[in-house]
Structures are given as C-alpha cells and as structure tokens.
Design a protein around this ligand. Structure first.
Ligand SMILES: [Fe+2]
Length: 423
C-alpha cells in the first residue's frame, strides 16, 4: 500500500523493536484503525469527579471522535452519556461545562433528566402509539469506572476491567495524589486548551521524554526557572540516573524521580511550606515526606489519553490524523495552605501557560515533526536510546536511565499489539 507521501507502507508490523514507521503519524487509514482498535476499545480517561462536584454539574468530553457528557445526576452519581438526542441525534448539550437540571435538545426540544431519563418528547400526541419514555433515555457509555476520582469509560461492552487496565500505573497515580495531605486533588481552577497540527501520539511521547529534549528546546526555560525559584534543576541532566524512565504493561509510561537527588531549596521555608511539610510528615512519615517534597512527583501517561505532568493533568484528543486537541487542567491539592496551591498555579503558568516557557516550544516541535514526517526517504524512526541497558522490573515493565527511550518502546509495543488485534 502506498502512503499519502508516496512511500510504501510495510505489509508487516509498523513497529519493529526500536523502529516505528512514519505512516502511523500520517496515514488516514491507520488513524481510522486506531479509532476502532484503540479509542473504541480500551478504557479512556474522561474527567475527574471534582469537575462535577454538585448535582447537575456537567462537562463535555470526547472518547475518540464521539461526543460524550460527564454528568453528576440529582442522585449524586457521576455518569458518562453519549451527547446525542435519542430522536434525531442532535447534540443535547452544547456548553462545555455548567449545571443543568435537565438537558433539552435544541432541535425538537426533547428533554432529559441529568440522570438520563427522557422527561418529555415534544408534541407526543402525534405519535401513533403510546410512546414508552423508558425506551429512550440518554445512552450511557457501555462501561464506566473510576480510580481515586479519575473517571474512565470504554465504549466497548466487553473487555478487561479498569483495575486490569491500570495495573501498576495506579501506584504512580497514588504518588501524585499523595502530594495532598488528604490524598485528594481537585481540578477546579480552569482548563487551558491547546490545538496543534500534528498527530495525537506526539503529545504522550513528547510529554514523557522532557529529560532528553529538555536541554535543547527548554534550555532557557530551565535557566530562568532556576534563577527565579532558586531551585537548581540542572542536576537532572548532568548525570543520568537509572530506573527513572519506566514502561509499564498496558502501554503506560512513567518518569520516576524517586531515585533523583533532592532539590536544594534556598533560604528559610515560609510558614505555609512548614505547615505543608508538617502535614505531609503526619501522613507519610518523615522519610517519605522529605523525599516527596524534595523531588518531582512521577510524570505519567495512562494509555491512551491521560497524563500527569508536574503541575497538571493533561489529556490528548485526536481530531484527525494530523490535528489534535490537548487540555491542561492544573491540579490543586486538598488540605494545603493557599500559598502552596498558588505557587503550583504560578509554576504551571510559567512553564505550561499559553505564554509559558516550556509548553509552547513543545507544541512548535510537534508541528515541525508532522511536517518532517512528510519527507519521503527512509520512513523508519529510531527510538533505540538505552535499549542495551534497559532491565525488566518486577511490575512487568522495563526501566531505563533518565534520557533513555525505554518507555517509548513500551508504548509502541502495546500500540502495535492493539493495532494487530490484541486485547
Ligand atoms: Fe518539552
């Protein structure tokens, strides 16, 4: 088969050890196959329950290309519905976020309770049979489950459980949630939206390998951050640390900094920081609390669309093979002094805001990647860094050094197994 750029798509696997074929970023047929075999099959992250704290609260989301709604009903339960009227399939909800006692389809005004039941089909005397309302509720996405407030859904009626899907990555989710002395986070300070002209897979790849590209595209950002915060982060790049880069079964990826040297924070800690430290020691004990507060929480990617990146939860949502939306939700910690969350938000804006010093450069790089990928030549990418020294871990994953591409290889192994029909 010839690809859109005239190159030949191999008849065999598109992933070959440390090599990935360029067509996976570029070919519309492959994108269609991804929808069928990945997005409409596996568990996809939808949102966090703190985004819908009150009865009637809702957010609009997508699973693959399918529009859905995450709603907390009057009964207190959070559900994920298809955003589609049972009458003629119009969107029943147009607003991105809000509160609704009921959803009224704008087309012919059929209305639904926030728990999904059809309340009223309009002009129902015109139907030539006794319309049974219970036949037409908003349709719930087939499978739904949550982990620590993170709501996931799968449009496939059957498959592995969420617990099986998450596997050992749940331990890393626990770690960033453990930054809250109450073990709870909230996503309630808004959302930043990014749209880029590039394939969706660049985002997880780029987001989880900042240690390798950081010294090049984020050089100035790191210098500025060190100067303004007094924290020297350069040590992360000066000497590579083993077991930082982790691939986990299921295509999940982690950057685990537990073995990294502790940041040296200059000066006397503020009263708020002292209070935070005391609460963390109370929850985790002195040793673990010191380690958690002195290093970066693990960066993680939950296959196929959710990331935790330093300050925020990030999602990736494909639009087409060459266009992607991404959403950044700053993570606020429950039970900490206001100053701590304010500092988190300020760090977030500094690095990842639309005028920040890190994320805009990543987006630029991803767009250039999509253009470079059009070139016909040797169409295989090479992600072989650290292949000779990666080692098997007890959790079934593999680990590598700080700048290795071990996790990317794990992601692509899982991707290939799903695309070739695996579970
Ligand atoms: Fe980056």
């Amino acid at each position: 088969m010839t690809d859109v750029n005239g190159s030949l798509i191999p008849s065999g696997s598109l992933v070959d050890g440390p090599r990935v074929h360029g067509s996976v970023y570029r070919n519309p047929d492959i994108f269609q196959r991804e929808l069928e075999r990945i997005w409409y099959k596996v568990w996809v992250y939808v949102g966090h329950e703190s985004e819908v704290p009150n009865a009637g609260d809702f957010v609009r989301r997508q699973i693959g290309l399918q529009p859905v709604l995450m709603v907390r009903g009057d009964d207190g339960k959070v559900r994920v519905f298809y955003n589609r009227c049972r009458h003629r399939a119009n969107l029943v909800c147009l607003t991105e976020t809000g509160n609704a006692e009921k959803f009224v389809c704008p087309y012919h005004a059929w209305s639904y309770a926030n728990t999904g039941e059809l309340l009223e089909p309009t002009f129902d005397e015109g139907y030539n049979y006794d319309l049974d309302k219970s036949r037409f509720p908003l349709v719930e996405v087939a499978r739904q489950d949550s982990y620590r407030g993170l709501m996931f859904a799968s449009v496939a009626p059957e498959g592995i459980t969420l617990t099986e899907h998450l596997g050992p990555v749940s331990e890393f989710i626990d770690m960033f949630m453990g930054l809250s002395p109450e073990g709870e986070i909230t996503l309630d300070v808004g959302c930043q939206k990014v749209r880029y002209k590039g394939n969706w897979k660049y985002m997880p790849e780029n987001s989880m390998e900042g240690d390798y590209h950081g010294p090049f595209i984020h050089k100035i950002a790191f210098e500025l951050y060190s100067r303004s915060s007094g924290l020297d982060v350069s040590a992360l790049h000066e000497e590579e640390i083993p077991d930082v880069i982790r691939s986990l079964p299921g295509g999940h990826m982690v950057e685990d900094y537990r073995g990294a040297p502790l940041f040296k924070r200059p000066g006397e800690p503020s009263a708020a920081r002292k209070e935070y430290a005391a609460k963390m020691i109370e929850r985790h004990g002195e040793k673990l609390a010191t380690q958690m507060m002195g290093t970066m929480a693990p960066l993680l990617f939950v296959f196929p669309n959710m990331m935790y990146v330093m300050t925020h939860i990030r999602t990736v949502q494909p639009v087409s093979v060459g266009e992607t939306n991404s959403y950044y939700y700053p993570v606020m910690l429950k039970g900490v002094p206001g100053e701590i969350n304010a500092a988190r938000l300020s760090d977030h804006q500094f690095m990842f805001g639309s005028a920040g010093f890190v994320s805009p450069d990543d987006v630029e790089i991803m767009e250039r990647n999509q253009i470079g990928m059009k070139a016909v030549g040797d169409d295989w990418l090479f992600i072989g860094r650290g292949e000779h020294r990666e080692r098997d871990m007890p959790d079934g994953g593999r680990s590598g050094f700080t700048m290795d591409e071990t996790h990317l290889r794990g992601f692509w192994r899982h991707y290939a197994s799903l695309m070739e029909g695996g579970a």
